[in-house]
Design a protein around this ligand. Structure first.
Ligand code: SAH
Length: 213
């Protein structure tokens, strides 16, 4: 597993691209500048690691586009020590960004193949989620709730109620909602019963799936 000067140079350019596209959170940009994204992809795709595009990983899934990772993370407003739940571990790249920013991370993946692969891979780079779980993100993680933030990294056909219920007051759920195209939606919990909702434009994700395998 190599991270060369060439990779580092390409990452710097990617960070500049993300700045031009409007990402301002310095901690997000710093994390993306540091994490060797090429190591999260199959070797055949390494040349594409630092262009701003999504790419295939195992089990018909994708590693999200860097801009999407950056924008979602920025909307989550992660502070050091925040307790964060991620739905859709996938390659583990988004998880690495959250860990690099100092989050205490719980992450759930429903595909066993990806779960096993990423569970072995992340610690090799020094990234250690508090828990990496094989399970169904629609139900969240009741026994570790409440969370400062919940981030869903697959397209949700609707907003799962358990995820709203597992937010702290003041906490945020960042979730792309929709079937073919998703609207990036942020819910901020105001009280036990009140949530403020904001929308941040169109994105495209692989679907959040209900049936486990
Ligand atoms: N965060 C990932 C993005 C992976 S794509 C990354 O940085 O690479 C979305 C992921 O969500 C896929 O790995 C998919 O298997 C997973 N997923 C789909 N439905 C899910 C569900 N109901 N619960 C948990 N994970 C799910």
């Amino acid at each position: 597993m190599k991270d060369t000067f060439t990779h580092q140079g390409m990452r710097k350019k990617l960070v500049e691209t993300l700045k031009k596209k409007g990402i301002v959170d310095k901690n997000v940009l710093q994390a993306i500048g540091k994490i060797p994204r090429h190591l999260f992809m199959d070797s055949g795709f390494v040349d594409h690691a630092y262009v701003d595009k999504a790419f295939p990983i195992a089990a018909d899934q994708t590693i999200s586009q860097p801009y999407t990772v950056a924008r979602q993370t920025e909307l989550l407003e992660v502070k050091k020590g925040d307790k964060i739940l991620e739905i859709g571990t996938g390659s583990g790249y988004q998880a690495a960004v959250l860990l690099e920013m100092g989050a205490t991370l719980f992450t759930i993946e429903r595909q066993n193949e990806l779960f096993k692969k990423t569970k072995l891979f992340l610690p090799k780079l020094g990234y250690k989620p508090k828990r990496l779980i094989f399970g169904d993100g629609y139900i969240g993680l009741e026994k570790e709730a409440p969370f400062d933030g919940i981030i869903v990294t697959a397209g949700a056909p609707f907003v799962p109620n358990p995820l709203l219920a597992q937010l702290k007051i003041g906490g945020k759920l960042v979730i792309p909602v929709g079937e073919n195209v998703q609207i990036m939606t942020v819910f901020k919990r105001k009280s036990d019963t009140e949530f403020e909702k904001e929308e941040y434009g169109e994105f495209r994700f692989v679907p959040l799936l209900e049936d486990k395998n």
